[in-house]
Write a protein of this length. Structure first.
Length: 404
């Protein structure tokens, strides 16, 4: 026996029933994106590592310890993309999309890579479908995007709570940061080692820490919403008003900060009570395009975690009938033509490659869940017909192939 191989830890094959769920999710989300008139973009899986460092932030877990980084032959650092937003922003600027139209609505689908500790719903290669809107500051864009998230959940019949928060802007965040830092100094003895380190570099990150003692320590922390400047407050209030008008249920979570640094104002997560984690997440990033060398362009978006949704959706029913063609005797040329006729009519046909008696063949037809067996022997050949057997009722009759 030769050497055997396993996929690396956190990397998975997707097949069978899982793949059906995968396709059901991507086609449902794509169909909704089409109805909201989003246009697709495909960006590379690899970018310069800087693209992610500058956008997601050096002090985040994603950049600090989860990126797959490697040098190219000239020693330049490349990274497998850990998320889609940074690459789409890079592409938006590089292709000067801002010069074409005042705003753009783009979506993407594909694999993302994060060197995380694998567990259920958390993998090192996973798939996202993401949507990004460029050029609109008004909260009606935020509301529409959240309505799209809620449409995705209801079309897929998934229960989740939509949590929202506002993280303010350049005007109001600094004062909040100060207040939060002061609060965190006071509760420092109760914080985990990471958070003691984090609080100086990026105090908001502490609000997001999953360690229980940290979560308890920040329960009474000052809230960003109490520090919002007039513009940010109005933006947030309008968003909530629009969500109510659209009948999108939501819950405010004052500690929601997200694991990436580019966000401003609106942030949100659809959290599954069953998984206890976010399944769709996103928010606004009004400064990122400018920080990447583009013109000032407000922007916002979200990403769907396909593998997380796979844990929550049901396997779709087959939406076609399967015909199983069984030749007996020297009838293969005719039987192959029958299969061809059926396929030309749009039917899904499996041709039996096996030999064996009728009983065995019909057992196999059951095994592959065929709806009809198309039995062809020498009599059928002579008469130019087939014997069509309904596998559910057992009923059978002779018919002309073109009449099926
Ligand atoms: P994120 O919260 O890092 O945001 O990821 C979005 C979703 O991807 C998560 O809610 C989760 O469902 C899924 N996900 C993340 N990490 C993993 C993993 N290791 N295994 C399986 N699924 C995972 C972003 O990526 C932002 N780019 C979203 C965004 C778009 N914000 C604005 N525009």
């Amino acid at each position: 026996m030769g050497e055997t191989f396993q996929a690396p830890r956190g990397f998975h094959d997707i097949l069978g029933s899982d793949l059906k769920k995968f396709r059901k999710i991507t086609s449902t989300v794509r169909d909704l994106l089409r109805r909201y008139n989003f246009e697709e973009i495909i960006t590379p899986v690899v970018e310069f590592a800087k693209v992610f460092e500058r956008s997601i932030g050096e002090a985040t877990d994603i950049v600090g310890k989860e990126m797959f980084v490697f040098p190219d032959r000239k020693g330049r650092l490349l990274a497998l993309r850990p998320e889609g937003t940074a690459g789409v922003v890079r592409a938006y600027i590089q292709n000067k999309l801002y010069a074409l139209r005042p705003y753009h609505k783009l979506f993407y689908e594909g694999p993302m890579f994060r060197y995380e500790r694998p567990q259920t719903g958390r993998y090192r290669q996973f798939h996202q479908i993401g949507a990004e809107v460029f050029g609109i500051a008004d909260p009606h864009a935020d509301a529409e995007l959240l309505k799209l998230v809620s449409d995705i959940l209801s079309e897929l019949n998934i229960e989740a709570v939509l949590e929202i928060n506002s993280l303010g802007c350049k005007v109001c965040r600094p004062a909040y940061r100060e207040a939060l830092l002061e609060f965190l100094q006071g509760v420092a003895p109760n914080l985990c080692k990471d958070c003691i380190d984090r609080k100086e570099r990026n105090p908001l990150r502490v609000l997001d820490c999953k360690v229980q003692t940290c979560q308890e320590a920040v329960r009474e922390a000052p809230k960003m919403v109490d520090f919002l400047c007039d513009d940010c407050r109005k933006h947030y209030e309008k968003l909530k008003e629009y969500l109510k008008a659209l009948e999108v249920p939501f819950r405010e979570n004052y500690n929601l900060v997200r694991g990436l640094d580019y966000y401003t104002r609106t942030v949100f997560e659809a959290v599954s009570p069953k998984l206890g984690s976010a399944i769709i997440a996103g928010g606004r990033y009004d400064y990122l395009v400018e920080e990447f060398g583009g013109p000032p362009t407000p922007a916002l978006g979200f990403a769907v975690g396909v593998e997380r949704l796979m844990l929550l959706v049901e396997e779709p029913q087959r939406d076609y009938e399967l015909f199983f063609v069984i030749p007996f005797g020297e009838v293969h040329a005719y039987a192959l033509k029958v299969a061809d006729t059926l396929r030309k009519k749009g039917k899904v046909v499996e041709f039996s490659y096996r030999r064996g008696g009728l009983k065995k063949q019909l057992e196999f037809a059951d095994k592959i869940r065929a709806d009809y067996a198309v039995i062809i022997g020498e009599d059928e050949l002579k008469e130019g017909v087939v014997t069509l057997k309904d596998m559910r009722t057992g009923e059978q009759k002779k018919v002309k192939p073109e009449e099926i």
